[in-house]
Design a protein around this ligand. Structure first.
Ligand code: C2E
Ligand code: MG
Ligand code: MG
Ligand code: MG
Length: 284
C-alpha cells in the first residue's frame, strides 16, 4: 500500500513538473511574440524629493500584458527573458523607449528630470551594452547625465572587476549609475569606494515599517552616512506611509520612491502629474 501511494505521489509530481515545463515553454514562445504584438509597455514611477514633494525623475518599469494571463509581474517574466536571450532586444527597446519618453517630457515641461532604467546582469555583461546605451542617447538626444542605469548590488558585486571596467565606460559617456536593492547583497566596501556609483537605492525591506523598528532606522542612518562619505546620493525605495516618509525626510534622504507618493504610472498619468506640478511655476 505504502509503495503504491508513493508511486502515485511520484506520478503526480511528474505531471506537475511536466505541466510546469510546458507552461514555461509556452511563456517563452509567448514572450518571443510579445514585443512585436505590442504587449510590452513601460510604467513610470515618480522619484520625489521629500523636502518639497516634487518629482525629480522617474523609474521605468517593464510590464507585460499577456493575452490570456493578463498582467504578468516582472518577477515572473524577466527571469525567462534573461534565460532566453530575449533580454538583448527587449532591454534595448526599454532603454530607447524610456529615453524617448524623457525627451518628450523634458521638452513639454521644460524641466530637468532624470530617467532611471533597470539593467539586468546579463545585459550588463554583454559586450554590446555600451553601444546600446550610446545609441539610445544619440537617437533621443537626451543629456547623458539625465539617464540613470540601475544595477542591483548583487549583479555588480558578483563581478566587481567587470563592473569597474563597464562603469568607467558609462562614466565616459556621462551616464549615471545607481546601485539597486542596496543592503540585500554583499557589498565589498573597497569596491563600493572604487566603483563610480552615483546613487544608492536602499532596498524596500529596510524602509518598510521603518518607524516600528529601531534597528532599521539605525541601518538607514548608517547607509546615509556611508553614501555621504562616498559622495553618493540616496533613494529610499518602497516608501508607503507618512511615518516612513517623515523619518526619511528628517534623516536627510535625498530622494524617495514608493506608493505613498505614487505607484508606477501610465505615461499619460505621469504627464498629468508633471503638468499639475509645473504649470503654476510657469505662470509666475
Ligand atoms: P526594482 O528595480 O527594485 O523596482 C522597484 C519595484 O518596487 C517595482 O516592482 C515597483 O513597482 C515596486 N515598488 C515601488 N514602490 C513600492 C511600494 O511602496 N511598495 C511596494 N510593495 N512595492 C513598491 P515591479 O515593477 O514589480 O518590478 C520588480 C523588479 O523587476 C524591479 O525591481 C526590477 O528588478 C525588475 N524590472 C522591472 N522592469 C525592468 C526592466 O525594464 N528591465 C530589467 N532588467 N528589470 C526590470
Ligand atoms: Mg530598479
Ligand atoms: Mg530596487
Ligand atoms: Mg527591489
Amino acid at each position: 500500500h505504502a509503495k503504491q501511494a508513493g508511486r502515485g505521489r511520484w506520478m503526480m509530481f511528474d505531471q506537475a513538473m511536466q505541466l510546469a515545463a510546458v507552461h514555461r515553454l509556452q511563456m517563452e514562445a509567448d514572450l518571443r511574440d510579445a514585443m512585436h504584438r505590442q504587449q510590452l509597455f513601460l510604467e513610470y514611477q515618480p522619484i520625489v524629493a521629500p523636502h518639497d514633494g516634487r518629482v525629480r525623475g522617474f523609474e521605468a518599469l517593464l510590464r507585460w500584458r499577456h493575452p490570456v494571463h493578463g498582467l504578468v509581474p516582472p518577477a515572473r517574466f524577466i527571469p525567462i527573458v534573461e534565460e532566453t536571450g530575449l533580454i538583448d532586444p527587449i532591454g534595448a527597446w526599454v532603454l530607447r523607449e524610456a529615453c524617448c519618453q524623457l525627451r518628450d517630457w523634458q521638452q513639454a515641461f521644460d524641466m530637468h528630470l532624470t530617467m532611471s532604467v533597470n539593467v539586468s546582469a546579463i545585459q550588463f555583461a554583454d559586450g554590446g551594452f555600451i553601444d546600446v546605451v550610446t545609441r539610445a542617447l544619440a537617437e533621443t538626444g537626451i543629456a547623458p547625465a539625465s539617464l540613470k542605469l540601475e544595477l542591483t548590488e548583487t549583479a555588480v558585486m558578483a563581478d566587481a572587476e567587470k563592473a569597474l571596467a563597464v562603469f568607467a565606460q558609462l562614466k565616459a559617456l556621462g551616464v549615471r549609475v545607481s546601485l539597486d536593492d542596496f543592503g540585500t547583497g554583499y557589498s565589498s566596501l573597497s569596491y563600493l569606494r572604487r566603483l563610480p556609483i552615483d546613487t544608492l537605492k536602499i532596498d524596500r525591506s529596510f524602509i518598510s515599517k521603518l518607524d516600528c523598528f529601531d534597528d532599521k532606522r539605525q541601518i538607514v542612518e548608517v547607509v546615509l552616512m556611508l553614501a555621504r562619505a562616498l559622495g553618493m546620493d540616496v533613494v529610499a525605495e518602497g516608501v508607503e506611509t507618512e511615518a516612513e516618509l517623515a523619518l526619511l525626510r528628517d534623516m536627510g534622504s535625498d530622494l524617495v520612491q514608493g506608493y505613498f507618493y505614487y505607484r508606477p504610472l501610465a505615461p499619460d498619468v505621469a504627464a498629468q502629474v508633471l503638468a499639475g506640478q509645473f504649470a503654476p511655476v510657469a505662470m509666475c
